[in-house]
Design a protein around this ligand. Structure first.
Ligand code: XUL
Ligand code: CO
Length: 439
């Protein structure tokens, strides 16, 4: 098969290189923090943006040709597969992620749609066997088709729920067939526009029912990986039930789903929820539900889900700090749920975009490893909480000091203001800069 891109395999040339088609920081086989960079970062290509996204927006048609030389929808779907594996090979990306409808277009009936998926997944399997590339996670697109206008698992109509379940069943089979270690639920239209027409309690119960069915079926066909929920507060609906990590944790606890589900944290979704990317990762880590990451970034001045390739170094450093502190990825990885800007429409822009994103996270990993080895920030935090290790703090934790004992303690001690020390935020920010910009 002839090549789709007149671009050589991208090489690591180091930070002094000025070659735009070279990595400056991502050196896949270099060991950082005890593992090869490719294993620490586990980069994945997103099929929807990279292979399908042509720049269409609310104000205009696409600007990029994503037909890949195909003449009809299935021809395009086949070519997408070959082009995707060429991109992954040339960029040293080891994983990919897809929605069912990204890899094969929906036909008039479910059985015909499923046949199309069988055909394309056979091609994917063959390409994977040849290249060693892997599926990070699969998912079902239950938000695009008009039948899902009021939701899928949270639809007011049981027929729509049934259709979503049938679609997800097939997506799970595809994920297992392709050896995926993850399956994502992103609730595209699982939310509401107005409470005036919404039975919020039933909708959430049903969403949990759908997830339980998915777990039961997937485990019965041999799926050993993780299920992920990808929190997002809004867009396309006004309110999405999977608002943020804390909200999803409450949902998982209520419906007893914690054993099977972890979080797929997306940077732009975090900021839409009014949080930093690091906040979402930290909440997930502290609650043992850190799973996978959709890497991208938003634009604070725009305020919607712009899905830009990540270039913000601070965010990448603090993200990789959380990942390393969580013990690294297990089944998860870093999926670029990112798209080149509408004006960056040439095939070469795909490469520039991924190089920008991958180098940003490579720098993030390098700096996060330095930050942990430097130890000043971790030591500061440890010392800040030292009063919990001995004396009254240890007694509170051990359950030995309750309100009467604490009252006695304070009556004897007097005011405690002298125990309070500075938070030293500026000093810590300065240490972060020092670690980042020293050699
Ligand atoms: C949408 C989004 C999705 C999920 C997968 O904002 O992030 O692409 O990642 O359904
Ligand atoms: Co996403």
């Amino acid at each position: 098969m002839s090549e789709f891109f007149n671009i050589p395999k991208i090489q690591y040339e180091g930070k002094n290189s000025t070659n735009p088609l070279a990595f400056k920081y991502y050196n896949p086989d270099e060991v950082i923090g005890g593992k090869k960079m490719r294993e620490q970062l586990k980069f994945a290509l997103s099929w929807w943006h990279t292979m399908g996204g042509d720049g269409t927006d609310m104000f205009g048609v696409g600007t990029a040709d994503k037909k890949w030389g195909g003449k009809d929808p299935m021809d395009i779907a086949r070519n997408k597969a070959y082009a995707a594996f060429e991109i992954m090979d040339k960029l040293s990306i080891d994983y990919y992620c897809f929605h069912d409808r990204d890899i094969a277009p929906e036909a008039d009936t479910l059985s015909e749609t499923n046949k199309r998926l069988d055909e394309i997944s056979d091609i994917l399997k063959e390409l994977m066997d040849k290249s060693g590339k892997k599926l990070l996670w699969g998912t079902a697109n239950c938000f695009n088709n008009p039948r899902y206008m009021h939701g899928a698992g949270t639809a007011p109509n049981a027929d729509v729920f049934a259709f979503a379940a049938a679609q997800i069943k097939k997506a799970l089979e595809l994920t297992v067939k392709l050896g995926g270690n993850g399956y994502v639920f992103w609730g595209g239209r699982e939310g509401y526009e107005t409470l005036l027409n919404t039975n919020l309690g039933l909708e959430q119960d049903n969403m949990a029912r759908l997830m339980k069915m998915a777990v039961e079926y997937a485990r019965s066909i041999g799926f050993k990986g993780d299920f992920y929920i990808e929190p997002k507060p809004k867009e396309p609906t006004k309110h999405q039930y999977d608002f943020d990590t804390a909200t999803v944790l409450g949902f998982l606890r209520k419906y007893d789903l914690l054993g099977d589900f972890k979080m797929n944290i997306e940077a732009n979704h975090a900021t839409l929820a009014g949080h930093t990317f690091q906040h979402e990762l930290r909440v997930a880590r502290e609650n043992s539900v850190f799973g996978s990451i959709d890497a991208n970034q938003g634009d604070m001045l725009l305020g919607w889900d712009t899905d830009q390739f990540p270039t913000n170094i601070y965010d990448a450093v603090l993200c990789m700090y959380e990942v390393l502190k969580a013990g690294g990825f297990t089944n998860g990885g870093l999926n670029f749920d990112s798209k080149a800007r509408r004006g960056s429409f040439t095939p070469e822009d795909i490469f520039h975009s991924y190089i920008a994103g991958m180098d940003t996270f490579a720098l993030g990993l390098r700096a996060a490893d330095k930050l942990i080895k430097d130890g000043r920030i971790d030591k500061f935090v440890e010392e800040r909480y030292a009063s919990w290790n001995t004396g009254i703090g240890a007694d509170i934790i051990a359950g030995k000091a309750k309100m009467p004992e604490l009252e006695k303690y304070v009556l004897e001690k007097g005011d405690v203001i002298s125990s309070v020390s500075s938070g030293r935020q500026e000093m810590l920010e300065s240490i972060l800069n020092n670690v980042l910009f020293s050699d």
